[in-house]
Design a protein around this ligand. Structure first.
Ligand code: BT5
Length: 259
C-alpha cells in the first residue's frame, strides 16, 4: 500500500535551490530581504507554512493561513531591473504549469501582470521587489509567490479561489505545488536566459485573461478603460482607449469593466 503523503514533509527541490524552511514568519519577503542583504546566493528560497503579515502589492494584505503556499525566491540575474520584472511572468506561467502537473485539468488563465486565475478567480499572486546599486545594476530581485491550496479569502477585491475549492484532491498539498513550481520555474528561467522574453511572452499570451476585451486598469491616481490589445516586448500592458490612442501601462490592477 502506498502511504498517504505527509503534508508536513519538507519540500525536495532541485539542487539549484537552497531551501530555507520556516513554520511561521511575519512575511517571507522580510526574511528573504534580510538574507539577500546578508549575501544569500541566487536560488535561496524562503518557504513558510504560514505568514502573520503576508503582503500583496502596494502594501496590501495577503491572507496567509496554514495550508497554502508562501515563498520568496532570491534571484540575482545579470540584467536591468526592468528586464528582471519579466521573471514575474515566468513565475505566473511556471505556477500554471505546476497546477497542470499536480492537479486535475483546470482552466488556468493569467491576469496581468502576474496573477493566476482558475475558472476566472484568483488563485495566486506574485510580488516583486528589487534592490539596485548606485550605478543602476540589479543587486537582487525578490520573487514572492502566494498560492491558495486549501483556503481563500471571501471578501477580496478580485474574487479568489483555491485549488481545493476547484476540486483538487486532498492528497495534493502546498509542498507538492512548491516542488512542481520550482521545477517549472527553473526551466522557464533557463529559457528566458537563452532566448529572451519571447517564448515566455507567447506562453503567457496563449492563456491571457481578457485579451481583446474591454477592461478597467486602476492606477494610483486614475482609472483607465480600454481594450487589452497586447503585451509589449517588456511585459507592459497595451491598452487601446476609446479615442483610439494606445496607452502603455507598466503597473496597475486589472478589473472587468464596471466591477
Ligand atoms: C498580489 O498582490 O497578488 C501579490 C501577493 C504575493 C503574496 C506572497 S506570499 C509570499 C510572499 N510573502 C509576502 O508577504 N507576500 C508574498 P495584490 O495584487 O496586491 O493582491 C492583494 C489583494 O488580493 C488584497 O488586497 C486582497 O483583496 C486580495 N487577497 C488577499 N489575500 C488573498 C489571497 N490569499 N488570495 C487571493 N486574494 C487575496
Amino acid at each position: 500500500m502506498i502511504p498517504p503523503k505527509d503534508a508536513a514533509r519538507t519540500p525536495k527541490l532541485p539542487p539549484a535551490y537552497r531551501l530555507v524552511a520556516r513554520e511561521s514568519v511575519p512575511s517571507t519577503m522580510e526574511e528573504a530581504r534580510d538574507l539577500a542583504d546578508a549575501g544569500a546566493q541566487d536560488g535561496t528560497l524562503v518557504w513558510a507554512r504560514e505568514q502573520l503579515h503576508g503582503r500583496g502589492r502596494q502594501g496590501r494584505n495577503w491572507e496567509s493561513p496554514p495550508g497554502n503556499l508562501y515563498m520568496t525566491l532570491i534571484l540575482r540575474p545579470e540584467c536591468s531591473p526592468n528586464q528582471a520584472a519579466q521573471l514575474g511572468f515566468a513565475a505566473g506561467v511556471a505556477l500554471g504549469d505546476a497546477i497542470g502537473s499536480v492537479c486535475p485539468p483546470l482552466d488556468v488563465l493569467y491576469k496581468w501582470p502576474n496573477d493566476v486565475l482558475l475558472n476566472g478567480r484568483k488563485v495566486a499572486g506574485v510580488l516583486l521587489e528589487s534592490k539596485s546599486s548606485a550605478d543602476g545594476k540589479l543587486d537582487w530581485l525578490l520573487l514572492g509567490l502566494g498560492a491558495n491550496v486549501e483556503s481563500f479569502p471571501k471578501d477580496s477585491a478580485y474574487p479568489a479561489t483555491s485549488l481545493r475549492f476547484e476540486g483538487t484532491p486532498a492528497e495534493v498539498t502546498a509542498v507538492d505545488l512548491l516542488e512542481a513550481f520550482a521545477r517549472h520555474f527553473m526551466n522557464w528561467v533557463s529559457r528566458w536566459l537563452e532566448e529572451g522574453f519571447g517564448p515566455l511572452r507567447n506562453a503567457w499570451l496563449a492563456h491571457a485573461a481578457a485579451k481583446g476585451e474591454t477592461i478597467e486598469v486602476r492606477l494610483p491616481h486614475e482609472s483607465l478603460t480600454g481594450v487589452f490589445v497586447d503585451l509589449d516586448q517588456d511585459g507592459r500592458l497595451l491598452l487601446q482607449l476609446s479615442d483610439g490612442t494606445l496607452r502603455t501601462v507598466a503597473a496597475g490592477d486589472v478589473f472587468p469593466v464596471g466591477s
